[in-house]
Design a protein around this ligand. Structure first.
Ligand code: AMP
Ligand code: TRP
Length: 345
């Protein structure tokens, strides 16, 4: 079966969004709206794989929604909703729990990182997390998934699950009229641009992340002008001036990170940035980078704050998106039930 191109992605409503989310995911989501049918999901079911205070979770769901709308996500054009309102995600995830193998999940590096040393005490949900992510995507037969580099392994697992489902149920799938036996597509990761992996400002070998204790390590979308300037000024660098060519960034992770951030924010490439700043010191580059950050992020933070003044309106956006999402996912889930051999009334 030839599947029509459809984009799906999700973000967790935990902590505040940072520059890594913005450059690794948001910018691409917004861009893809121009060319594709897009479904964007606030993954609240994923969030509770680690403890969330209920009142804070509710707030975080609205905040993430507001941030995406402020950044340019148009809820009229694209579908924007929160996962728990569309039960197809959880239902399909259960089927996938029975398709995926323990051995596959045991290889997931994000689980190992998040569970840490006390693995026995991690929730079962944290372990099964990638199966739910596969269900998110495949409940819509999405073909393209824009994410940051850290999600690549989870995407590969989603592809494996799609393939195993197609193989395991080859016969009923053909009987249902899928002549080529393909029920689920193989979703493609969309991991492109100069900043697919934004690194910590304090350590160029670690990912910028909301779980990093030092707030100096990241730029939050809600940071004011002064903190952005301060964080960039304090960002770790090396003593050399910037090179004129990208090869000169090798083994200079902090320099490479800042150049990548600049390129992504400016909508250009690393070579373009280096042809402008090659030979210059960080003392010249950093103020330019700070200014660009403020210029791009400032208006988003302002607009997100404005939207948060009307939480009922955000809830309405999510309810409307959920209804549209349900319309797409329900017929696919019903077919899954038939394929698997369930009876439905
Ligand atoms: P999360 O906040 O973990 O739900 O991530 C939301 C999106 O942001 C996912 O597509 C991630 O891959 C992306 N992302 C998170 N951190 C980074 C980072 N440091 N660099 C690039 N992309 C990131
Ligand atoms: N696991 C993703 C993250 O942490 C979020 C996510 C959940 C997602 N479901 C998804 C991303 C489906 C893309 C597609 O960033």
């Amino acid at each position: 079966m030839k599947f029509q191109e459809r984009v799906f992605s999700g973000m967790q409503p935990t902590g505040s969004l940072h520059l890594g989310n913005y450059l690794g995911a948001m910018l691409k989501w917004i861009d893809l709206q121009k060319t594709h049918e897009c479904i964007y999901c606030v993954v609240d079911l994923h969030a509770i794989t680690v403890w969330q205070d209920p009142a804070e979770l509710r707030q975080a769901i609205r905040q993430v929604t507001a941030a995406y709308m402020a950044a340019g996500l148009d809820p009229k054009k694209s579908i924007l909703f929160n996962q728990s309102q569309v039960s197809a995600h959880a239902e399909l995830a259960w089927v996938f729990n029975c398709v995926a193998r323990l051995g596959w999940l045991n290889r997931m590096t994000q689980f190992k990182e998040k569970a840490g040393k006390d693995r026995e005490n991690a929730s079962v949900g944290l372990y099964a997390y990638p199966n739910l992510m596969a269900a998110d995507i495949l409940a819509y037969r999405a073909t393209h998934v824009p994410v940051g580099d850290d999600q690549k392994q989870h995407l590969e697992l989603a592809r494996d699950i799609a393939q195993k489902f197609n193989n395991d149920f080859a016969e009923p799938i053909r009987e249902m009229g899928y002549e080529d036996g393909i029920f689920f597509p193989q979703p493609e990761p969309v991991i492109t641009g100069p900043a697919t992996r934004v690194m910590s400002l304090r350590d160029g070998t670690r990912k910028m992340s909301k779980s990093e204790p030092s707030d100096l390590s990241r730029i939050n979308l809600t940071d004011d002008v002064d903190s952005i300037a301060k964080k960039i000024k304090k960002a770790k660098t090396d003593p050399e001036p910037l090179p004129g060519e990208v090869e000169g960034l090798e083994a200079r992770p902090e320099a490479e990170n800042l150049v990548g951030i600049y390129a992504a924010l400016a909508g250009t490439s690393k070579p373009d940035v280096l042809s402008e700043f090659g030979g210059k010191q960080f003392s010249q580059f950093k103020p330019a980078l700070a200014e660009l950050c403020v210029e791009k992020l400032g208006p988003i933070a302002d607009e997100a704050r404005r939207l948060m003044n009307d939480p009922a309106e955000i809830d309405r956006v999510l309810a409307n998106g959920s209804e549209r999402a349900r319309e797409l996912a329900t017929p696919i889930l019903n077919e899954v039930k038939d394929v698997v051999g369930f009876i439905r009334g």
